[in-house]
Write a protein that binds this ligand. Structure first.
Ligand code: MG
Length: 221
């Protein structure tokens, strides 16, 4: 089936910033600490317990921070108010190469964003990258989703909004369990953005940077 649409995760996929990830995590930890009264070693121990619990449930790479926060008793509203206090511009640099690659891909494919960031968080990230939202035909954020990734309903919603079948869509993400496995279960093709090769039946292609898609996307056609 020919590829008609590319769907991108955002954090770790369109850009990588350890500093932004750390800033998000610190905000959430500060919030959990205020809420539970745990701090220092006790707080870290509780976070580690939740992370190992999620690893046992199949999130072998980084478990999604939304799930970690939920298990720590933080509501969705509280989680986003905590992380949206971070300004991505302090942590993310403009990426002209990303903009030019996406514009190039837009000539042949419909493009979408599927992110667990809030609308506000995504707007901040795109502004920091100096990437116009207009390059995407469909943008779905946590504000638009009833259930966040890895729930399959998020993936069904994005292909429906694009007007393509799952078999005509490629999901591009950096986490196999939350971006690629659910997409694969619906019949989508999958691209992992990673420095390392991950041996998984849910990964069709691995690239180090989204820019490589320009030449490699034909391998999935
Ligand atoms: Mg990601």
């Amino acid at each position: 089936m020919p590829v008609k649409a590319l769907i991108f995760d955002v954090e770790g996929t369109l850009f990588k910033s350890k500093s932004l990830t750390d800033a998000y995590r610190n905000q959430v930890l500060k919030f959990v600490s205020e809420k539970t009264g745990l701090d220092g070693e006790a707080l870290l121990r509780e976070v580690r317990r939740v992370i190992s619990e999620l690893r046992r449930e199949g999130y072998e790479q980084r478990p999604p921070s939304t799930l970690i926060a939920e298990r720590l008793g933080v509501t969705k509203e509280e989680f986003y108010s905590a992380i949206d206090a971070v300004d991505p511009a302090d942590h993310v640099d403009p990426d002209p190469e990303l903009t030019s690659v996406l514009k190039e891909l837009k000539k042949s494919f419909k493009l979408a964003v599927l992110t667990n960031l809030s609308r506000k968080g995504l707007t901040g990230v795109l502004r920091a990258l100096r990437l116009s939202e207009d390059v995407f035909d469909v943008v779905l954020t946590a504000d638009d989703l009833e259930a966040l990734k890895p729930h399959v309903s998020a993936f069904i919603k994005v292909v429906e909004a694009l007007g393509v079948s799952p078999e005509e869509a490629v999901m591009v993400g950096d986490i196999v369990a939350s971006d690629l496995s659910p997409a694969k279960s619906l019949g989508m093709k999958t691209v992992l953005v990673s420095e390392e090769q991950v041996d998984s039946p849910h990964v069709d292609l691995t690239v180090r940077h989204v820019a490589e898609l320009k030449n490699k996307i034909r391998l999935l056609q």
